[in-house]
Design a binder for this molecule. Sequence first.
Ligand SMILES: *Cc1c(COP(=O)(O)O)cnc(C)c1O
Length: 228
Amino acid sequence: MSVRAAILTRIERAALAAGRDPADVTLVAVSKQQAWWAIEPVLQEGQAVFGENRVQEAQERWGIERFRHPDLELRLIGPLQTNKVKVALGLFGVIETVDREKLAVTIAEESSRGCFTPRLYVQVNTGSEPQKAGILPKDADGLLRICRGLGLEIEGLMAIPPADEPPRPHFMLLAEIAAANGIDKLSMGMSADFEDAVRCGATSVRVGSALFGSRPDPNLIARTDLSE
Ligand SMILES: *Cc1c(COP(=O)(O)O)cnc(C)c1O
């Protein structure tokens, strides 16, 4: 069995054990920093949804390749600077990291100029970590209202729990905020905890190292990139 097939089986088992339909959980293959030789076999196996956390890196990796795979769906799962919104709208089918009003406004403006509008998620900083991107839980309802006011439909919520805490309370907090706002898509769970996330209601899990092997820079997700 391939690594991908084994991960899909684990997702399926976790979903069934929680009384959920495994078809309601999407595997997002996080290809950031991975070599093409690691990505290609997974693509060939039928994986169509890939996550990237940097706009430029994603552009370099997928800018041309994506035209060979009409079913490909790229998801931005890292911080987005407003000056990169235009490029991001042209590249990603889903942006999971809407986390502030200024970004929402820019997305709304660029979309209204006739750009394709990706499906959007709001990222919540469930651990209220100062160095991490994401809207604070207490401000999430407000940002969701602002997005609606701008005409942006928010499909789901996304979170990256603190690395040094049990993830479950964070998954449950994200699910709670989503439910309170009538949102039913939850992007949560990574290599170390995706089964837990599925049990807590994840509709997509973002799996990198468990699928492709370790990355050169394991600290990448802790780094913030909001220099604007
Ligand atoms: C890198 C990254 C992942 C994947 O992490 P793994 O532990 O390698 O599965 C998931 N989500 C985000 C936002 C990331 O940046």
